[in-house]
Design a protein around this ligand. Sequence first.
Ligand SMILES: Cc1cc2nc3c(=O)[nH]c(=O)nc-3n(C[C@H](O)[C@H](O)[C@H](O)COP(=O)(O)O)c2cc1C
Length: 222
Amino acid sequence: MLRKVLTSALLLALFGVVGATLVAITYSATAERIEANHREALLKRLNALVPPTSYDNDMVSDTIRIDDPELNPKRHPATVYRARRMGRPEAAVFSVVAPDGYNGAIQLLVAIRHDGTLIGVRVVSHHETPGLGDNIEERKSEWIHGFDGRSLTNPPEERWKVKKDGGVFDQFTGATITPRAVVKAVYKTLKYFDRHRREIFARQAKQMEIEHGQSAVHRDHP
Ligand SMILES: Cc1cc2nc3c(=O)[nH]c(=O)nc-3n(C[C@H](O)[C@H](O)[C@H](O)COP(=O)(O)O)c2cc1C
C-alpha cells in the first residue's frame, strides 16, 4: 500500500517537474518571439519616418529616455530614437505624449532632422472620438502631413496654432481640441530639440523595453 502511494506521489512530482519545464521553455521562446516582433514593428514605424538609407546605426537600441518637465509637464517620460550615419547625427525620433487631447493622452512620434526641420509626425495611440478627433490618424486624413518640413521658424512661433487660434494648421469640423493638442506637443518637441540637440545625441544609450511596437494606430476608448 505504502509502495503504491509513494509511486503515485513520485509520478505526480515527475509530471509536475516536466510540466513546469515545458511551460518555462515555451514562455522563454514566446517572450523572445514577442520581443523580436515588437522590435520589428517599431523599426517599421521609425523607418516610415526616417528612411533606412539615411542612417547606419541600430536606431531601436540607440535610445535615451527624457523625463523633463520642459518637454512634458505631466511627466510622461519621452523616448528618443537616434539615427546616425558614420557616427554623425542624422535625425531624432521623439516618442512624446500630447497630454491635453479631448479624451486625454495622445501618443506621438515626432521625427526631426539634425538641422531642426521636421521629417514628419505620426499618431501611435489616442482616445479621441471617432469621426471627430481621429482625423489625426494618417489612415483617416492627410492632416498629420501638414507638419512635414516644418520647423521652429516655419511657421513663426505665433502661427504654430490651429487656424481658429490664428495659426496655420487646420482644425477639424467640430473638433478643435484634438488638433490643438497635437500642434502644441509638436512645437514643444521642436523647441526642446533646438535647446538640447547636442546633449540629446551625446547621451549614452540605455537598454530599454521596446515600446510602441503595434503595427497600427491603437485607439482605446475610456
Ligand atoms: C461627445 C463629444 C465628443 C467630442 N469629441 C471630440 C474630440 O475627440 N476632439 C475634439 O477636438 N473635439 C471633440 N468634441 C468637441 C469639443 O467639445 C469642442 O466643441 C470642439 O473641439 C471645439 O473646441 P473649441 O471650442 O475649443 O474650438 C466632442 C464633443 C462631444 C459632445
